[in-house]
Design a protein. Structure first.
Length: 202
């Protein structure tokens, strides 16, 4: 059994994203009508050795489609649509590649569980827009990427050594940047004054 010790921290961006996901997962988004069934917080997995993934979806839409797939618990056949909620869209109005990789992992699980070829979208709440992810035309690219990342993560966890990090643009808003890049010899005026002989601070 693999045991991980994780460092974690939160900032305003993380809290905002948590609130968004709590809202999506609270059950109020699950409903059925004549055309579709919508379910939130569905646990899905893919236990093929090359993936070995488990996750919880934000939202799955089962849309009636005579060319679709039979879904246990629902009558008829359905197209499966995955929707992952994110608080902030990139400036170019497209999608963050890191968000797409996360949803591709969901697609691998959904397709495995329901024997379908699911569609996948990101919903950016700041612009209230769905962005379709190009997994139909770039499946192999994302499949190669996720296999590469899974292999790298397994190697890292087996070695038990934290890899070197490279500071990038995303680090400025990251909640754990002070853990990733601790400030050596940080300036603190109180420490400096206290270290001066005879200093007294009120
Ligand atoms: S490398 Fe940057 S973005 Fe990644 S965890 Fe560290 S601080 Fe955050």
């Amino acid at each position: 059994m693999l045991t991980l010790n994780l460092d974690w921290n939160e900032n305003a961006f993380v809290v905002k994203a948590n609130l968004l996901h709590e809202n999506v997962h609270d059950g109020s988004h699950s409903f059925s009508d004549k055309r579709k069934a919508v379910r939130s917080a569905v646990t899905i997995y893919n236990d093929l050795p090359e993936y070995d993934l488990l996750g919880v979806t934000d939202c799955v839409e089962f849309i009636k489609d005579e060319n679709g797939t039979e879904i246990p618990g629902l009558k008829g056949k359905y197209k499966v649509v995955l929707v992952e909620y994110k608080p902030k869209a990139p400036k170019d109005g497209n999608f963050h590649e890191t968000d797409a990789i996360q949803v591709f992992a969901q697609k691998l699980c959904a397709d495995h569980v329901w024997g379908c070829n699911s569609e996948a979208y990101l919903f950016y709440s700041d612009i209230k827009k769905r962005v379709k992810l190009p997994f139909d035309i770039e499946y192999d690219k994302y499949d190669d990427l996720i296999k590469k990342y899974i292999t790298e993560m397994r190697t890292i966890t087996e070695r038990g050594v934290i890899p070197k990090r490279k500071r990038g643009q995303k680090c400025s808003g990251c909640s754990i940047k002070d853990m990733c890049f601790p400030k050596d010899g940080g300036y603190n005026v109180k420490d400096i004054v206290m270290s001066m002989k005879g200093a007294d601070i009120v």
